[in-house]
Design a protein around this ligand. Structure first.
Ligand SMILES: CCCCC/C=C\C/C=C\C/C=C\CCC(=O)SCCNC(=O)CCNC(=O)[C@H](O)C(C)(C)COP(=O)(O)OP(=O)(O)OC[C@H]1O[C@@H](n2cnc3c(N)ncnc32)[C@H](O)[C@@H]1OP(=O)(O)O
Ligand SMILES: Cc1cc2nc3c(=O)[nH]c(=O)nc-3n(C[C@H](O)[C@H](O)[C@H](O)COP(=O)(O)OP(=O)(O)OC[C@H]3O[C@@H](n4cnc5c(N)ncnc54)[C@H](O)[C@@H]3O)c2cc1C
Length: 645
């Protein structure tokens, strides 16, 4: 900021907490903060990583530019001898969907989680040095959610000691895998295993797709890109592939680990949600402090739009959710590490809970974040619709997260199965543990009454927790009772699936709220940091209560009067957060390069930069547009009838 006027300085001076300490809380530790800060600046200062031209490049140029960035990133990683942690941060800050996401994010984890020791020794060193590039080829043209319905076959031939991978139908073509279309040399392909004419379900196989000499597909393999996707620049930096046929190397893993890579990636997606959400919120918050509309008295300045209660009511719950998702993401990472260690010791007992938590939280956080990015665009008024706001691209890149790695509704139905199983086991020897431990108090939760009498009573974490637990337990038990009336449970499950999904959402919201409350029980240093986090936790919880009031009232978990008091408390919390809003988004420590938004600039110097940015558009290369002589002039001169169009 040297020599630059900070238009948001007054806002920063209002902060009532230690921003530097909050940055550490957000990062997770001082080590991660320092590392992230260093790598973010490194990326921001490298001209190869510029991204302000993405919206105007053609698909081919966009894609080639992504290849250039990926190669440059790898070069820098080698030159600077970056650790795995630093390298992954570098890719994060380059901020461009690319084949490397799938290579490092799915191909390598799939081998680590599912391949035998011998296979790992063969493939991992090659993958780590990027001497092979891999992708995760599960989804087919005909089946994505229904993994057991995949049609690709892997038939073992004992004579050659090989598997014959075959796509017997058009719908069995692998369709969607990122990196597959143009870049990957190898893939983990999911196929139905057949030995001695017998089927053994879906397994993963490492398949070489392309020659390592000339990159041509190997004989019998047809590969291409599936075409343009939603948004202009956005996700079109990625090649998503279609392929048929191939040969491969043998794989043999325990049944329970086949889905393991999905559990891993879903866990990373929850942390990514807090990044995407915080980024949109940072843009909308800074711009809301810069933007003024109405309210000028005697020729004075107009009101900052952030001071309108409606703006706060839309924006601050999103800010609170960004922090909430950060902390639940941290916890989920711990849960994943724990389950991985147990699996290595052949303990599969916590896998169902890990599956339900990763599936449910992936669904909850991505749905919320996609909607929130769009809300942030609207919070920025007309300028939010400009590509230079960064929000349209962020939305287009982010929104498929609601679909990939498991459609969000399909995933909530998985949570519902877990919940219904838990309810059905109540009263048996098997006590609910972990995130369903509250079900162990179901008798109390079915009849307890919320004690809130005045608005401030809602600030008690135990009061909030019990209201959320009662709501979820009552919704789950109610739908379980309805299910029990069906002679065929699967028929009942289909019929009641909307109710089941609602119970799952309630359960996942309870997890997020409870993990935020647990975070606040830790020792958190820094003036005012814990107080501010407490306010955000209450905003997150009370906003859900307000938005889902129907659930809380219909289950009798709270009274209408208590619902109204929660809303009064929310308004008061907004006023307390307001002076801290800019500092709370500064704590994300995003560089202007990473934010990629004129509206979200750190210095708040929005208008001159918007004007400057507009002139850079290729349409402004000439004053009179290309096409004037063919199409506009004849129109104006009434010569269209004779014109050759
Ligand atoms: C840092 C880098 C990150 C990289 C990526 C990040 C950013 C984004 C970049 C690019 C995009 C990236 C990736 C996208 C990649 C993909 O999309 S890959 C494809 C993902 N596909 C899916 O997610 C498919 C969704 N469908 C399913 O998960 C399953 O088919 C199903 C819905 C769960 C149904 O399974 P099925 O076997 O038919 O049925 P059932 O319900 O009977 O389940 C059987 C039992 O298995 C348990 N189970 C199911 N899933 C899991 C799991 N993942 N882990 C553990 N256990 C699981 C289930 O609970 C059942 O158990 P029971 O005890 O029998 O009840
Ligand atoms: C950008 C992007 C990247 C991707 N990358 C990869 C990749 O790298 N590798 C890979 O293998 N795949 C990849 N995929 C594929 C992705 O995992 C699938 O698209 C996803 O799992 C959803 O499956 P589907 O497309 O079959 O949806 P469908 O299952 O066809 O869903 C269509 C609709 O049906 C509903 N539905 C489906 N089943 C049920 C049910 N049982 N009950 C109620 N409703 C149901 C869904 O809710 C949805 O509304 C990617 C997809 C995208 C968009």
């Amino acid at each position: 900021m040297d020599g630059v006027v900070d238009h948001l300085a007054d806002e920063r001076n209002k902060a009532q907490f230690d921003v530097e300490e909050m940055k550490i809380v957000w990062a997770g530790s001082r080590h991660v903060f320092e590392l992230s800060d260093r790598i973010a600046r490194l990326v921001a200062s490298d001209p190869v990583f510029r991204k302000d031209n993405r919206a105007t490049l053609s698909r081919k140029d966009l894609f080639k530019n992504t290849l250039r960035k990926a190669a440059h990133a790898w070069k820098r990683i080698i030159e600077l001898r970056l650790s795995e942690e630093e390298a992954s941060k570098l890719r994060f800050y380059v901020d461009e969907a690319a084949f490397t996401d799938l290579h490092w994010g799915m191909f390598v984890p799939a081998i680590k989680g599912q391949a035998t020791e011998e296979q790992q020794q063969k493939w991992l060193p090659l993958a780590y040095k990027m001497q092979i590039i891999g992708c995760y080829a599960q989804t087919e043209l005909g089946h994505g959610s229904n993994v057991q319905g995949l049609e690709t076959t892997a038939t073992f031939d004992p004579q050659t000691d090989e598997f014959d991978i075959h796509s017997p139908t058009l719908t069995s073509s692998k369709w969607w895998p990122g990196g597959l279309g143009k870049v990957s040399t190898h893939a983990v392909v999911y196929a139905r295993l057949i030995t001695d004419g017998q089927e053994h379900g879906v397994h993963g196989f490492i398949v070489q797709l392309r020659s390592l000499d000339d990159h041509l597909p190997l004989p019998g393999i047809t590969i291409g890109d599936i075409g343009m996707k939603f948004g202009n620049g956005a996700y079109n930096t990625m090649d998503n592939g279609v392929t048929r046929n191939g040969k491969c190397v043998r794989s043999n893993v325990p049944r329970q680990l086949i889905y393991g890579t999905m559990v891993f990636v879903r866990q990373t997606i929850v942390s990514d949600a807090s990044c995407a959400l915080s980024r949109a919120v940072c843009i909308a918050t800074r711009y809301s402090a810069v933007r003024r509309q109405f309210g000028s008295q005697n020729g004075g300045v107009e009101t900052q739009v952030i001071d309108y209660k409606t703006q706060q009511n839309r924006l601050f719950p999103l800010l609170a959710a960004a922090y909430a998702f950060r902390f639940v993401g941290e916890w989920l990472k711990w849960l994943y590490t724990d389950v991985t260690q147990r699996l290595q010791a052949n303990d599969f007992s916590t896998l169902p809970e890990a599956h339900a938590c990763t599936a449910g939280l992936k669904s909850l956080t991505t749905t919320f974040t996609a909607d929130a990015i769009e809300e942030c665009r609207k919070l920025c008024g007309g300028h939010g619709y400009l590509c230079s706001s960064g929000l349209p691209e962020l939305f287009a890149v982010y929104v498929p997260a609601c679909t990939y790695e498991g459609d969000n509704v399909v995933l909530l139905l998985q949570v519902a199965r877990f919940l219904m199983k838990t309810v059905s086991q109540l009263g048996s020897e098997k006590k609910p543990v972990g995130t369903t431990a509250y079900m162990g108090r179901v008798e109390h939760l079915m009849q307890c009454r919320c004690s809130v009498q005045k608005a401030e009573d809602w600030l008690n974490p135990n009061t909030i927790l019990e209201a959320f637990e009662a709501r979820t337990a009552r919704m789950s038990v109610a739908v379980a009772q309805k299910l029990a009336q069906f002679a065929n449970p699967e028929e009942g499950f289909l019929e009641l699936s909307p109710n089941l999904v609602e119970a799952s959402v309630a359960h996942c919201q309870l997890i997020v709220v409870s993990k935020f409350i647990e975070k606040l029980q830790q020792d958190i240093p820094g003036k005012g940091v814990k107080e501010l986090l407490g306010m955000l936790c209450n905003i997150y919880a009370l906003n859900i209560l307000h938005k889902h009031l129907g659930d809380f009232l219909s289950t009798g978990s709270i009274t209408p009067k208590q619902g109204s008091l929660a809303n009064d408390q929310l308004r008061s919390l907004y006023s307390q957060v307001r002076p801290n809003a800019i500092a709370l988004v500064d704590a994300f420590n995003y560089t202007d390069h990473y934010l990629g938004s004129v509206l979200g600039r750190y210095d708040g110097n929005v208008y001159p930069k918007l004007y400057e940015e507009a002139w850079k558009d290729p349409l402004n290369d000439s004053v009179v547009p290309d096409g004037y002589h063919e199409y506009i002039r004849p129109l104006l001169k009434n010569q269209l009838r004779n014109a050759r169009l």
